[in-house]
Design a protein around this ligand. Structure first.
Ligand code: MF3
Ligand code: CO
Ligand code: CO
Length: 247
């Protein structure tokens, strides 16, 4: 179901999204080589709960952790484990926090130590894809203009745009309608409305767009083993533009 938020609900969205933003900033200041992905998850859990919020991922469809920590070839939904983060890794940390009944959701890909130029560019272009999608975005924009913008930018660099996973609406539920693909045809799809809150989250692969879903039920990796980056924010659609709530 697509939900359009009123002023009161938007105020609550802002609060949850602020917590998500601060948590990611905290992780960014502290993440380093030698830590395990579980150590990162512990930081996330402690920070979110200290804000009086709940890490919505924990228990979501049985998901066992407070964050998704996805290293290098892991596209998304990396389950925190004893995997050690190494110098040269790119690590995407994706978190959702719920407070007063509303969710905020965002992800960053952190570069650890001395990262190759190939990975640096992948991370940079993935972030750029998100901002390209915001250009001209406002109430009335056709939904698939978002995916068109992401895909055009990513593919101009020869990258693969993940198809199997998409962005989404967000609010009382972590995942609401509509689905927000990172690919698509310009001028098509439903028209966005002021008061909609959506997660725009390019997942971009250095090589093929094809991914593998693992038997643990969660982990998604690139089919060719090359690196992947993820960048996500919760965005409010307004009459004359957008507001990024997690930045
Ligand atoms: N935060 C993810 C998203 O962007 C969803 C993670 S669900 C989980 O949609 F259960 F894996 F945490
Ligand atoms: Co997310
Ligand atoms: Co999301």
């Amino acid at each position: 179901m697509i939900t359009v938020k009123n002023a009161e609900e938007i105020a609550l969205m802002r609060e949850s999204c602020r917590i998500v933003k601060e948590t990611l900033e905290f992780v960014g200041r502290n993440i380093r080589a030698g830590m395990t992905t579980k150590d990162v998850d512990d930081m996330v859990n402690r920070y979110i709960t200290s804000c009086g919020a709940y890490p919505s991922s924990l228990g979501y469809c049985g998901y066992p952790a407070s964050s998704c920590v996805s290293v290098n070839e892991v596209v998304v939904h990396g389950i925190p484990s004893d995997r050690i983060i190494e110098d040269g890794d790119i690590v995407s940390v994706d978190i959702t926090a719920e407070k007063n009944g509303f969710n905020g959701d965002a992800a960053r890909t952190f570069m650890i130590g001395d990262v190759s130029e190939e990975k640096r560019q992948l991370v940079r272009v993935t972030e750029e894809c998100f901002f390209k999608a915001l250009q001209g975005l406002k109430a009335g924009t056709p939904l698939y203009d978002i995916g068109y913008a992401v895909q055009t930018h990513a593919e101009s660099h020869g990258y693969g745009v993940v198809r199997a996973l998409v962005g989404h609406g967000i609010g009382r539920e972590m995942h609401e309608d509509p689905s927000v693909p990172n690919y698509g045809k310009r001028g098509t799809g439903m028209r966005l409305r002021a008061g909609m809150t959506i997660c725009i989250e390019p997942m971009i692969n250095a090589g093929t767009h094809k991914v593998v879903f693992h038997k643990d039920g969660w982990t998604v990796t690139t089919m060719d083993g090359r690196p992947s980056a993820h960048y996500e924010n919760t965005v409010l659609i307004t009459e004359d533009g957008v507001e990024i709530l997690t930045l």
